[in-house]
Design a binder for this molecule. Structure first.
Ligand code: ADE
Length: 236
């Protein structure tokens, strides 16, 4: 991760899925502070745009220098070739399941988090990153978007999740994009709300059919587009 705020990733890399995947040796996340590569006495990483206008633009120098350090550090750690560079920006390709799967197959990702009004265009021209957006809204920086990307990518790495099939029933897993149906756990009754009888029946066939039905129904109600259908009205 190349960022101006490495501290933002501390909790993310030391908890939950990413921590477990790191402990299993499936992934490592290295934080690189772009500001360490500033060269002036103010440690500047941004400057005013040529031609005028509001806001500040991330400068080439610190970003290219940080990229070079990342490449050298990766090679020293035994990685070969170049990292796949990814730049988080609202102007990028929308992030979806197939892109996550593609990124999960990469041995080495270099993730650039932007800030301020944007990047000097020569960062794009010179480093040729894959530009990725997590949605049609503007965040204050790329860090949160990068965490979304890393979390979604790590889940796709075989062995990262507990059970081998754990992503199969997930909403948006590639085996037929559809939403997951409702789930219940103990107790059987909570504040007058009961667990559907079929789930207590022990009849595996009936349970599988019910789950299938519920998943389809939920998808039809909330995301008919996933089934290639139009919205038919309010959910029942
Ligand atoms: N940086 C700011 N907004 C973003 C977005 N929507 N996706 C990715 N990176 C961003």
């Amino acid at each position: 991760m190349l960022t101006l705020f490495p501290g933002m990733f501390e909790g993310f890399t030391t908890h939950g899925l990413v921590r477990v995947a790191r402990e299993k040796g499936l992934v490592d996340v290295c934080l690189h502070d772009v500001r360490e590569h500033a060269t002036d006495r103010h440690r500047s990483v941004d400057d005013r745009p040529y031609g005028g206008g509001p806001g500040m633009v991330l400068m080439c120098g610190p970003v290219f220098a940080c990229d070079e350090k990342v490449v050298a550090a990766g090679r020293a750690a035994g990685l070969s070739g170049e990292p796949r560079r990814v730049l988080l920006t609202p102007q990028g390709t929308p992030l979806g399941p197939s892109l996550l799967e593609e990124l999960a197959r990469e041995p080495w990702l270099s993730v650039f988090c932007g800030h301020y009004e944007g990047f000097d265009e020569r960062i794009r021209i010179g480093l040729r990153p894959l530009e990725v957006s997590i949605g049609d809204y503007v965040l204050s920086g790329g860090e949160v978007a990068a965490m979304v990307l890393i979390d979604g990518t790590v889940r796709m790495i075989p062995g990262a999740l507990g059970a081998a099939e754990a992503t199969q029933d997930d909403s948006f897993s590639r085996s037929g994009a559809r939403l997951e149906g409702p789930q219940y756990t103990r107790p059987r009754e909570f504040r007058g709300m009961r667990v559907p009888e079929v789930l207590l029946s022990g009849d595996h066939q009936a349970i599988a059919e019910w789950r299938e039905q519920q998943a389809l129904r939920r998808t039809r109600e909330r995301r008919p587009d996933l089934l290639g259908e139009e919205h038919t009205g309010e959910p029942q």
